[in-house]
Design a protein around this ligand. Structure first.
Ligand code: ATP
Length: 916
């Protein structure tokens, strides 16, 4: 009753129907139909609402026992998803605590309560205990006070008719309101509870002023805390409610049950309980019942719950309509009172989201790209669409970011001197300007990788204390046309805003390649226009603008000539691999970062002798590796042994302990290496030997002999004698195999490669063959033309071949003579190697006696004895020591295009395919 009174429109509807029922009663009585009509149900519902349910009058046969399942409906009730889990809520029953549902709200059904419990339990996971207690209380309050009817109606609307933006907004508003209301009432109650004991305390006799002061303070604290708790909790509740609503919307089957046509007909249609039918998506029919009638007749039925529906499936809409017509005709329902059927398409909001998915994805992708593209140093003008054309240059702040000074750049004194001029220009431009000198625009730093080009550019910025824009050439290259030039413009625009400053373009060859040479299949327009833009920008500086452009490259030879002309990159600074002295200084810089108790001077000298051809980056790596090796051994300082291991590791890779060799293979390797070692020991011009090993390494070498090219010093020139001795020494492995075994192996292929390359260079480049003469023939790596066509005639080609063969054969003969003579020594060294796996120079001195030739350079200073002091040198024709081979001097070594030094630096590897 109470609920009907609360809804005036219900009262009005019921009284109208009663009047209609009264006027129709005569007709009904005369009808033969046994089925009560919907109006009958309404009338009964009013009766139950006003009378006690145990009243016997007018109950009718079927409904004699209220709450019991009617005939045909037992099955539905006993298996109802709403029925398990205890009794359905009794609307008349007051809550135990005495407070009922609030006005405008309805009690939650047990299933709804359970669903909410589940969702709250899920969201509560991982929350602090204090918070979960508050949430439990709030949840209990919601259960106690019920859910706003408006909210429930909106949920129903969403389920029945689909989600719309207006409904979503309404849901959000109602949910938020409810959550806030719950939290506020909870807080008020808490406040009341807290105030009660305080009142008691203040009423109780206490220590006067002290007590008062304390009370005041605590109240203020509380007031301060409250909004914080409220916000958290209400946010949480809103989230939980939204989750709950979505759950209820997405899983409507929780509140529905599938029935058959027969069940529908017998249980609902025949009994006049059907209000309307909704055909959903043309294949299912949702049955809307007269809830009040169902609730009155069958209070236990889940169909009495709001939001619960029965469904049945249909084959086709036409067949269903025909069946309904037949059924209603059988029931003699006049056409004016037939059950309305509506049609509805569902799955709505989810399908809508799906339909919009690609569009949303596209918008998201564009948004992401625009954010990403906008992440550069930016600030400059024409960023292009979504900032794609903005420069990606990183700007380093001179005060905070660039700590590098010239002192950190060791070696390369000439390069430093050259670049220091830029520093003084940036610091004091007036000195230059007043004399009418034009300021250099930029410098190209070229050299092999890791030689410190970037470091030098940074040090220039660090010393001059100006902003430093660093960008890599490849960052100008994008798949979009026009982005490269646009980025160049942006970079220079930024730089002009920050004058004085330095721009550093690393790997400039990515964009600065000579324009005609870039590719065979036509030019690369994008790259060319980027280069053109750089040329234009560099021209566009006026001499007052203090922007210095430094560029780094490993391939200065491929750069466009226009880039290198005066007025653009005025200075060309070549930074080569460091010399012995340079390596010492670089070791000095990096050794400062590790803990070592070795004598530093000796350590630096020895390490730099051991690392010919290493770049600055290699040296930094060696020092770091040594510290790692020491740490692995739990050593408290890094010692010489650790450094040597690190060098071996950097050159040859890790020891390959897992590789298992057969005894025969080991023996072959030992004799092969012993052959190299004996040659290195007895040939006068061979490089001093440091170590022989037959431990396989990660780089594919099964063994190696380590020499010190140039005796640890800087090898600038090599004469023919040195070359022949080196070649003979390189063939020592194979010759030893020939002399000690009845067959040979494939292990010497790498040696042959080196020997052939040296011999070819002697013939075609260094003018060391009388038959070819003083002619230089470039090879394929030097020019593209040479790749396609040999630079010499067929006749010359045959001559080159025969000359190369002659030189190699001579080296082989020289080696064979020595090793035949020293066959016994080879055996001794090989057997010792088999036993110890690694032999040092001291071992060789022990086995073979001192080397008959004096060691050159700084070798003896850092590597001790081994050579006969002032040992024999071959006398010249007049008894004086023979001078180095003159006349046929090869060109200076050390330049990166020279193959010779790299052939002998480091290890003599046995080749990767020893076992092939
Ligand atoms: N002269 C040097 N003094 C001290 N450290 C050096 C020197 N040269 C190189 N290094 C070390 O090597 C590292 C790499 O050097 P850098 O990046 O400057 O080489 P790069 O020549 O620019 O190489 P790439 O050509 O490959 O760009 C430096 O960070 C530094 O630790």
């Amino acid at each position: 009753m109470a609920s009907i009174l609360r809804r005036p429109q219900n009262v009005a509807r019921s009284s109208r129907q009663l009047i209609e029922a009264a006027s129709l009663s005569q007709t009904l009585a005369r009808r033969p139909a046994t089925i009560p009509r919907p109006l009958y149900a309404y009338a009964r519902s009013r009766q139950y609402a006003t009378q006690k349910p145990d009243g016997k009058q007018n109950a009718g046969e079927v409904d004699k026992k209220p709450g019991a399942a009617p005939k045909g409906m037992e099955n539905l009730y006993s298996q109802s998803p709403m029925s398990p889990g205890g009794q359905p809520p009794d609307p008349n029953k007051k809550p135990e605590d005495g407070s009922g549902t609030l006005p405008g709200r309805t009690q939650l059904s047990p299933q709804e309560e359970k669903a909410m419990d589940d969702i709250f339990a899920l969201v509560k996971k991982g929350m602090p205990a204090s918070m979960t207690q508050d949430i439990d209380k709030a949840l209990a309050r919601i259960k106690k006070e019920g859910m706003p009817e408006e909210l429930r109606d909106t949920i129903k609307e969403c389920r029945d008719e689909g989600m719309s933006p207006a409904r979503a907004a309404k849901l959000w508003r109602l949910t938020t309101q409810m959550a806030r209301h719950t939290v506020e009432s909870e807080m008020k109650e808490k406040q009341k509870e807290d105030e009660q004991p305080k009142q008691q305390t203040s009423d109780a006799p206490g220590p006067g002023t002290q007590g008062k002061g304390k009370k005041k303070g605590s109240k203020t604290d509380e007031n301060m805390k409250m909004p914080e708790i409220r916000l958290d909790l209400s946010n949480f509740l809103v989230s939980a409610f939204v989750a709950y609503l979505l759950y209820r919307l997405v899983v409507p089957t929780e509140n529905s049950r599938e029935i058959t046509w027969q069940e529908f007909r017998n249980t609902f249609l025949d009994k006049g309980l059907v209000d309307k039918l909704v055909v959903v998506n043309g294949n299912r029919v949702r049955v809307h019942l007269h809830r009040d009638s169902v609730a009155s007749m069958y209070p236990e039925s889940p169909a009495a719950q709001a939001g619960f529906h029965y469904y049945f499936s249909i084959g086709s809409v036409e067949a269903f309509e025909r069946r309904m017509d037949d059924a209603q005709a059988e029931l003699v329902i006049p056409s004016t009172e037939r059950i309305p059927i509506s049609y509805h398409e569902e799955g709505g909001w989810f399908n809508t989201v799906l339909a919009f998915g690609p569009t949303l994805l596209f918008i998201g992708a564009i948004f992401y790209m625009s954010r990403r593209a906008g992440g550069g140093a930016g600030g400059g003008g024409g960023g292009g669409i979504f900032g794609m054309g903005r420069s990606r240059a990183k700007k380093f702040n001179q005060e905070t970011d660039i700590k590098v000074k010239f002192a950190d750049v060791a070696g390369m004194d000439e390069a430093k001197l050259e670049i220091q001029e830029f520093v003084s220009f940036l610091k004091e431009p007036s000195v230059y300007q007043k004399l009418g000198a034009k300021i250099p625009r930029g410098a190209i730093l070229s050299g092999p990788p890791g030689t410190g080009k970037t470091l030098l550019a940074k040090a220039t910025a660090g010393e001059s204390g100006v902003p430093f824009f660093s960008v890599s050439g490849s960052e100008f290259v994008e798949m979009f046309v026009g982005v490269g030039p646009s980025r160049v413009r942006d970079l220079f625009a930024n730089a002009r805003k920050n004058t004085p400053c330095i721009i550093f373009i690393d790997e400039i060859d990515a964009i600065g390649k000579a324009r005609g040479k870039q590719s065979f299949g036509g030019g690369n327009d994008e790259r060319e226009s980027t280069l053109n833009q750089i040329l234009t920008e560099m021209d566009g500086f006026n001499t007052q603008e203090q922007v210095v452009v430094l560029a780094g490259t490993n391939r200065a030879d491929v750069l466009d000539k226009a880039l290198m002309r005066p007025g653009r990159f005025d200075r060309h600074i070549t930074i080569d691999r460091p010399t012995m002295e340079g390596r010492k200084q670089i070791f000095g810089v990096h050794l400062g970062n590790v803990v070592s108790h070795e004598d530093m001077d000796h350590l630096k000298g020895r390490l730099s002798s051991l690392t010919p051809g290493f770049s600055g980056a290699d040296i930094a790596n060696v020092v770091n590796e040594a510290a790692l090796v020491a740490a692995r051994e739990s050593s408290d300082s890094v010692t010489m042994i650790h450094f040597e291991r690190a060098i071996e590791r950097v050159i040859g890779g890790l020891e390959k302990k897992s590789l298992v060799l057969t005894p025969e293979e080991k023996k072959t390797i030992a004799y092969h290496e012993a052959g190299h070692a004996i040659c290195g020991w007895y040939f006068q011009w061979a490089d001093p030997l440091l170590k022989v090993s037959i431990i396989p390494r990660g780089s594919g070498a099964l063994g190696y002999a380590q020499y010190l090219p140039g005796g640890g010093g800087d090898l600038v020139l090599m004469n023919m004698k040195q070359m022949m001795d080196r070649m003979a020494m390189t063939l020592g492995g194979r010759v030893s195999e020939e002399l000690h075994f009845d067959t040979v192996t494939s292990g010497a292929s790498d040696d042959f490669n080196k020997v052939t390359r040296t011999a070819t260079a002697m013939v075609t480049k260094w003018g060391m063959s009388a038959k070819i003469g003083y002619i230089y023939y470039p090879d394929g790596s030097e020019s593209q033309e040479a790749q396609l066509q040999k630079p010499f005639s067929e006749h010359t080609a045959q001559l080159v071949d025969s000359e190369v063969k002659r030189i190699v054969d001579e080296a082989h003969l020289q080696c064979k003579q020595l090793l035949t003579e020293k066959k016994k020594e080879v055996g001794i060294v090989a057997e010792e190697l088999l036993e110890k796996e690694v032999l040092t120079r001291d071992d060789l001195v022990r086995l073979l006696g001192r080397r008959p030739w004096e060691d050159k350079g700084e070798f003896s200073k850092y590597f001790g004895g081994g050579a006969m002091p002032g040992g024999p040198t071959k006398p010249g024709p007049n008894g004086e020591p023979e001078p180095p081979a003159g006349g046929n001097l090869p060109p200076p070594l050390g330049g990166q295009s020279e193959p010779a030094p790299s052939l002998y630096q480091g290890f003599e590897e046995l080749g990767r395919r020893w076992r092939a």
